[in-house]
Write a protein that binds this ligand. Structure first.
Ligand code: FE2
Length: 258
């Protein structure tokens, strides 16, 4: 299958990551609207490791293997890679990126993994339809989820404990705690889009990365719909009713547990 996302067109939701140790400066090009800037950085961990301002901030090392003044490096071009990855150095409008089918995470789910400037910090955008929720999964700390479009709620819980509910809407931000299961539910009348900023990607994965989308029944970190607490779906159906909507997912037969 050929997967070639097309370039973006506007500049309302710019997404970029400067190459390692490069000077960079941001400008608000609007003239009428304030700009909002959100960044994920590993600076605290780096300062903890070296505890030397001079070494970290006055280091002339140039990572030429990443950027050596290549023409069009920041032109917005990119390449599709296996694993639904879009590798680029600059994305003019993240809302304009096409998505790949990702039903592993739930019915009708789509996503695109984004790898920028060969950095280890990575991201993805997930989209899920009206009347649908994602399967629960868990991983390490440091993922920050920003809702770009839509409204809903998330359940989060550490293994063996009751969930906590968090309601969200456009531009809400949340971060699942270390190894807490988390599960997102669409309560709006339009598809939800969420941007996740995280300290790992597919190019530079962390240990246990491959477990994230394997069933807990086979030792992974994702709870299949057949294995989840039936109260989770019942609650979602009730919440949809309050919004005048119905569940748009196939009936599920729960597996027997010992
Ligand atoms: Fe997650």
């Amino acid at each position: 299958m050929t997967r070639t996302p097309k370039g973006a067109s506007s500049s309302a939701n710019v997404f970029e990551k400067p190459t390692l140790n490069s000077w960079h400066q941001h400008f608000n090009g609007s003239g009428t609207e304030p700009a909002r800037y959100v960044a994920l950085t590993n600076a605290p961990a780096v300062f903890n490791m070296f505890h030397s301002y001079e070494f970290i901030m006055n280091n002339p090392c140039r990572f030429r293997d990443r950027f050596d003044h290549q023409a069009e490096y920041f032109s917005g071009k990119g390449e599709a890679h296996p694993g639904d990855v879009w590798e680029s150095n600059f994305i003019p409008d993240i809302l304009d990126l096409p998505f790949y089918e990702f039903s592993t995470k739930g019915p009708g789910m789509k996503h695109v993994e984004i790898e920028l400037s060969s950095n280890r910090l990575s991201s993805h955008i997930a989209e899920f339809p009206v009347g649908v929720y994602q399967k629960a999964h868990r991983h390490g700390p440091g993922a920050y989820i920003i809702t770009l479009k839509g409204k809903g709620y998330s359940l989060m819980w550490p293994e063996g404990q009751k969930w906590e509910r968090f309601d969200w809407g456009p531009w809400s931000m949340m971060s699942p705690p270390n190894r807490w299961f988390h599960q997102h539910f669409n309560l709006g009348k339009e598809p939800v889009r969420q941007l996740a900023l995280k300290g790992w990607g597919q190019k530079y994965p962390i240990g246990g990365w491959e477990q994230m989308f394997k069933s807990t029944e086979t030792g992974g970190d994702m709870i299949e719909l057949e294995d989840e607490d039936p109260a989770i779906r019942d609650m979602y159906i009730e919440e949809l009713k309050k919004e005048g909507m119905d569940l748009r997912m196939a009936p599920v037969t729960y597996r027997k547990r010992p």
